[in-house]
Design a protein around this ligand. Sequence first.
Ligand code: G3P
Ligand code: MG
Length: 398
Amino acid sequence: TTTNTNSMISHERVASYAFAFDIDGVLIRGKETIPEARKALKMLNGENKYNIKVPYIFITNGGGRSEKARCKDLSSRLGISISEDQVIQGHTPMKDLVPVYKNVLVVGGVLDSCRKVALNYGFENVYIPLDIMKWNPCVTPYYILSDEERKIAYDNVDFSKIHIDAILVFADSRNWAADQQIILELLLSKNGVMGTISDTFDEGPALYFAHSDFVWATDYGLSRYGMGALQVSIAALYQEHSGKELNVTRFGKPQRGTFRFAEKVLTKWRRNTLESEFDKLKLTSTEQPPLKEDEGEEEVEEEITNETDSLDDDEDDEGIVLDSAKELTLDLPPASTVYFVGDTPESDIRFANSHDSSWYSILVKTGVYQDGSIPKYKPKKICENVLEAVTFAIEREH
Ligand code: G3P
Ligand code: MG
């Protein structure tokens, strides 16, 4: 019987190390599930020669639907049960912006899927580009709304009277031309009011992106442009129009704020895994280790410019407070090693290498990274696929 936190961490049924997985290009590619993924995760659930359970979480830059919907889909594809508490999407930490902004324009995703996510996070007034296009079709002269789009767009909202406080790009845009037109108009507006032009170009809404992936892996042979490419395009248009540099606050990998958020999610999940193993052993609550809530430091997200390669750990943080990260802080020793398996050197490997030396980066060849090329950020290990990565890490540990 183990009675303190440290001995529990080394309990024979639960590993002291852990895993974090990228999703697109590691476990899935568009509609396809990467064949080795199922077995890899089953191994972590205890189906390995050491009969050990290894805690794991998912850190994807993807999004566009609720964390719950993402888990349901991933669970059925992988044949395991995944909890919402294990998944961080690009926009997940944006829920901490709820108390900061009243009127937000949420961009990306299918129809009003992202509006639903934002409302669920608690945002008060959530608008999407389709609402603006319905309000005044002349905003996007070459695009006519489909019946389906007209149906889900809000009626009777007068955008000449509403101040959009922030633009939140939650997921990949399905209509770059229209979305860019509207985002640019608001950025250059007087206080986020449609149909106005600022004299100074410094009074528009704040702009947030759920991530900055330039490309990502789908079921097409070559990588496709992602949200980071849209960001580059908007920054270039903004600069051309105003002569100014665009300010963007980024979430997702490789940002430090996301890393801190992820560490706390992992800590919480490791505790959960340990507790359920203890439950199985029918230990009484008095034998369980002390797990007290930390007072919690305040976590802040970086304010980053349109320089796509900037990620400076020495910079002082500025910007928003990640309250939900604070809530998740628990008194548990850190994982001895966190194996992070990703396919994109610029976001995944950089993310795993930049913030904590106990994270061990593994690059797989099933996504953005192409075999034979030199990754811009060097992983500690390159593997064929996720199964090879998991097998390698478990053997390295035992
Ligand atoms: O839009 C999704 C994408 O850019 C990457 O997702 O899972 O590879 O971080 P993921
Ligand atoms: Mg990926």
